[in-house]
Design a protein around this ligand. Structure first.
Ligand code: NAP
Ligand code: SF4
Length: 674
C-alpha cells in the first residue's frame, strides 16, 4: 500500500551514500555538550533519536577554534580539543543505523567570552562583549581550523559536517554589510564578503574528499537590516556547491532579528518558500526548517518542492521516535512539539540543561528510562490536565491498572483554553497524544465524572493521584461581581461575548494570552501570507534581509488595556525567547499596558484605578480577570482521612507559578516511582 507520507519516507540518494528517509534532526545545543560525562550523555540522547529512525542527525554547534566558542563556561571545548571524545556519539548513532554530522560553528561576535572576534569591531545588540577585528592571518588560520576540524570529524566517525553559515554567526557576519565594514579582500564588495564562506567550504571539501557529507547552512532570509538579498543567497548557494558542498541547509533570521521565526505564533512551514528559492537554483539536496512539527506539514513542504529534506530539532526533543511513527503511519502516537520554548531554548538561555515541556525525559536518556512496574497496582488519577494525563499515561505504560477521572466532558484541563489562543492550536495535539497513549496502554478514562473520597475508597484503589488543578483567583475588588466582569475561563472556555473596549486585570502568562486572543484580527486567506505581511517580510527578498519598506502591519479589533499592580516590565514571567515577540506584537496592535496601580472599583463606568497617586477610569465594556489561580485541592484531606495512599501534583499542590512544564515533569517523575 502507498505510504501516507510518500515524499517524507522516500530514500535520498547522495551518490556516495543514501539517507533512508527525508527526516533530519537539526542542530540544537542541549547543554549536554558541557555537562559532566557529556559525551556519553549525548551518545544516549542521539542513540534514542537514531533508534527512532531519523535519517540524519546534526549535533549542537561546536567551534573549530578557541575564538569561535559560544562562551558556555570553562567546560566548553573546541572540536579539535575534544574530537576523540566524540567517538562514543558516532558509534551510538551508527549502532542504530543512523548517520550523524557534527556542526562546526564559529560564533564570531555572538561569542559570550571576552576574547571574541568578528569581521569588524561592531558589537551585537544581544551581546555585552564587543568583538575585535580579525586580521588577514587570523582569517586564513580560521579557514585552516575548519578544515582540520572536518578532517578530525571524519577520523572519529562522523558522516559529515554542517558548516554553520547562518543565524548571524561568524560566516553570516562576513556576508552582511551590517557587520562587515572591512576594506580588504574579505570585505567591501559582495565577492569579497562571500569569500570566507566559500574558502572554508573549499578547504573542508579538499580535506575530506567527495564521498562525505559537507552541508552548508546558509541564510535563506536574514530578517535584519543590512542582511542579504534573495539574489545574494542564491548566488552564494551556487558558489558553495561549486566549492564542493553536497547538501545545503536553510537558516532563517539572525538571533538579533526582531521577527519571530520559531515560536508558536509562526505558522507551520512559514519559511519553506525561502528555502524553495535556493532549492530551485541548485542541483544538490536542500533542507528546509522552522515550525515543521508533524508528518503532514513536513510531507507538504517536500511535496510542493520547497526542499528535499525536512529538518526538525525541537520535535525530536518532544518525541525521539517521530520518524519511526511517521514511517509506521501512526501520527496520533507522536508527542508533538508545541513551540513553547519553555523547557528547551528558555533553559539554554538560562544556562540550564535542555528538556522538553511535553517530554520531561528529553536529555536525561543516559540516566532514566521507563521500566515496567515491579508490581501492578490499581491507581486512580483525578483530573485530566496535562499533569494528570501524563501521570496516567506513564503509569499505564508501566503496567499499572489506571483509571483517569475527569469532571468536565473532555480531557486536557487548562490546555483546552491554551489551544484557543492564536498560534497555540498545537496544545490540542498534546491532548490528542496523551489520549492516544491512555488508549494504547489500556487506561480506563471517565469524563463527566466527579469523584469523592468515598467513591475512590469503595472502588478499592491502592493509590490516588490528585491532579485537580486550579481555580481562577477572584480578587477582592469592590464591584468584582459587576455584570461586565468575566474571568479568563468565561472568555477562553465558555467563549462568552466580549465588547470592543476591554481591561485585563493581571499581566501574567494568561493575561497576555487573553490579550492575544482578544486582539486577534480575523483575516481572509492564507495564514502564512498573513503572518509574513503582519511582520513586514518582503517575500521577493529584493531588500537586504527581506524586510519590507513599510514594516510590520498589525491591528486589533478591540481597545485593550492590560493592568498589573506591580511596577516593572509587564509580562516579566513570560519566557525569555518568546516574551519579547509577544510583547512586541501586542504593542504593534495598540494594546496598552498600565502598571504600578491599585484597583479601586468596577461599576457601570468601567474600571476605576489609582495610578501613581491619581485616580482614573478605564471606560470599558468588559473587565477580564486574569489574576492567577488558587489550588483546587478539596479532595486531598478526605482522601488522607480515609487512609488512602494520596499524591498531589501540579496546580492542586502549588498554584503559584503553576505551569504545564512543572506539572508534566512532576507527574512523570511520580509515575516512574510508583
Ligand atoms: P501569573 O503569571 O501568576 O500572573 C498573575 C497576574 O495576576 C500577575 O500579573 C499579578 O500581577 C496579578 N495578580 C495576582 N494576584 C492578584 C490580585 N489579588 N488582584 C489583582 N491582580 C493580581 O498567573 P497566570 O497568568 O494565571 O499564569 C499561570 C501560569 O501559567 C504561570 O506560571 C504562567 O507562567 C503560565 N502560563 C505561561 C504562558 C506563557 O506564554 N509562557 C501562558 C499562559 C500561562 P500583580 O500582582 O502585579 O497585579
Ligand atoms: Fe517543543 Fe516546548 Fe518541548 Fe521545546 S519545550 S521541544 S518548544 S514542546
Amino acid at each position: 500500500m502507498a505510504s501516507q507520507y510518500p515524499n517524507l519516507t522516500a530514500e535520498l540518494d547522495l551518490g556516495f551514500t543514501r539517507l533512508k528517509n527525508r527526516m533530519m534532526m537539526g542542530s540544537m545545543h542541549t547543554g549536554l555538550e558541557e555537562a559532566p560525562n557529556g559525551h556519553a550523555r549525548q551518545a544516549a540522547f542521539y542513540r534514542e533519536r537514531a533508534k527512532g529512525d531519523i535519517a540524519l542527525i546534526v549535533t549542537g554547534g561546536i567551534s573549530p577554534n578557541a575564538a569561535g566558542k559560544l562562551g558556555l563556561g570553562k567546560h566548553e571545548k573546541t572540536f579539535v580539543e575534544s574530537a576523540e571524545e566524540h567517538r562514543v556519539i558516532t558509534q551510538a548513532v551508527h549502532d542504530e543505523g543512523g548517520k550523524i554530522l557534527v556542526q562546526l560553528l564559529h560564533a564570531g561576535r555572538y561569542s559570550h567570552h571576552p576574547d571574541l572576534v568578528a569581521p569588524s569591531p561592531i558589537q551585537s545588540p544581544i551581546n555585552k562583549f564587543a568583538p575585535r577585528e580579525l586580521s588577514d592571518d587570523e582569517i586564513r588560520q580560521t579557514i585552516a581550523d575548519f578544515a582540520e576540524a572536518a578532517k578530525l570529524a571524519r577520523e572519529v566517525g562522523y558522516d559529515g559536517v554542517e558548516i554553520m553559515g547562518s543565524e548571524g554567526y561568524l560566516l553570516a557576519q562576513f556576508l552582511a554589510t551590517r557587520t562587515n565594514h572591512r576594506t580588504d579582500d574579505w570585505g567591501g564588495s559582495w565577492e569579497n564578503r562571500k569569500r570566507l564562506a566559500v574558502e572554508i567550504t573549499k578547504a573542508v571539501c579538499e580535506e575530506v574528499g567527495e564521498d562525505w557529507i559537507v552541508m552548508f547552512r546558509l541564510s535563506v532570509l536574514d530578517l535584519v537590516e543590512g542582511g542579504l538579498t534573495g539574489e545574494q543567497s542564491i548566488d552564494l548557494a551556487r558558489d558553495l556547491v561549486a566549492a564542493g558542498a553536497n547538501m545545503l541547509n536553510s537558516g532563517v533570521g539572525w538571533h538579533e532579528a526582531r521577527i519571530p521565526t520559531i515560536m508558536h505564533t509562526v505558522p507551520h512551514g512559514a519559511f519553506a518558500w525561502a528555502s524553495k528559492r535556493v532549492a530551485d537554483a541548485v542541483d544538490v539536496p536542500v533542507v528546509t526548517t522552522n515550525r515543521l512539527n508533524s508528518p503532514e506539514n513536513a510531507e507538504a513542504v517536500i511535496a510542493q518542492g520547497s526542499a528535499d529534506v525536512v529538518s526538525m530539532a525541537r520535535p525530536l526533543l518532544a518525541d525521539p521516535l517521530f520518524a519511526a511513527k511517521a514511517i509506521a503511519e501512526k501520527p496520533d502516537e507522536i508527542n508533538t512539539c508545541i513551540a513553547c520554548n519553555q523547557a528547551c531554548l528558555d533553559h539554554i538561555f538560562g544556562g540550564k540543561l535542555s528538556s522538553c515541556l511535553v517530554n520531561p525525559l528529553a536529555c536525561i536518556e543516559y540516566d532514566v528510562s521507563i521500566t515496567p512496574a515491579a508490581a501492578a497496582r490499581k491507581i486512580a488519577v483525578v483530573g485530566s490536565g496535562p499533569g494528570g494525563m501524563a501521570a496516567a499515561a506513564t503509569l499505564a505504560e508501566r503496567g499499572h491498572d489506571v483509571t483517569l477521572f475527569e469532571a468536565e466532558d473532555r480531557l486536557g484541563g487548562q490546555f483546552n483554553m491554551a489551544m484557543a489562543i492564536p498560534g497555540k492550536d498545537d496544545y490540542g495535539e498534546t491532548i490528542r497524544y496523551y489520549a492516544e497513549m491512555l488508549r494504547k496502554h489500556g487506561a480506563t478514562v471517565h469524563t463527566s465524572t466527579r469523584v469523592d473520597a468515598a467513591n475512590l475508597q469503595s472502588a478499592g484503589f491502592d493509590s490516588v493521584i490528585v491532579s485537580t488543578g486550579v481555580n481562577p483567583r477572584v480578587p477582592a475588588i469592590p464591584g468584582i461581581d459587576h455584570s461586565s466582569v468575566l474571568s479568563y475561563v468565561d472568555v477562553l472556555w465558555h467563549k462568552k461575548p466580549v465588547g470592543k473596549r476591554v481591561a485585563i486585570i493581571g499581566a501574567g502568562g494568561i493575561g497576555f494570552d487573553v490579550a492575544e486572543f482578544l486582539s486577534h484580527a480575523e483575516h481572509e486567506g492564507d495564514e502564512i501570507e498573513h503572518f509574513l505581511t503582519s511582520w513586514g517580510i518582503d517575500q521577493t527578498i529584493a531588500t537586504p534581509g527581506g524586510l519590507s519598506a513599510d514594516g510590520p502591519a498589525m491591528s486589533s479589533p478591540r481597545e485593550i488595556t492590560v493592568c498589573q499592580r506591580s511596577s516593572g516590565r509587564p509580562g516579566k514571567s513570560l519566557g525569555a525567547t518568546t516574551g519579547w515577540a509577544i510583547r512586541a506584537a501586542l504593542q504593534l496592535k495598540g494594546v496598552n499596558f498600565l502598571g504600578d496601580l491599585t484597583y479601586d472599583l468596577i461599576d457601570d463606568e468601567g474600571l476605576h484605578l489609582t495610578v501613581a497617586g491619581k485616580t482614573q477610569v478605564l471606560n470599558v465594556d468588559n473587565v477580564i480577570v486574569c489574576a492567577g489561580q488558587e489550588s483546587e485541592n478539596t479532595l486531598v484531606a478526605p482522601l488522607e482521612q480515609a487512609g488512602l495512599d494520596t499524591h498531589v501534583i501540579g496546580g492542586a499542590k502549588k498554584a503559584a507559578e503553576l505551569d504545564a512544564k512543572s506539572a508534566i515533569a512532576e507527574a512523570v517523575q511520580l509515575a516512574m516511582q510508583l
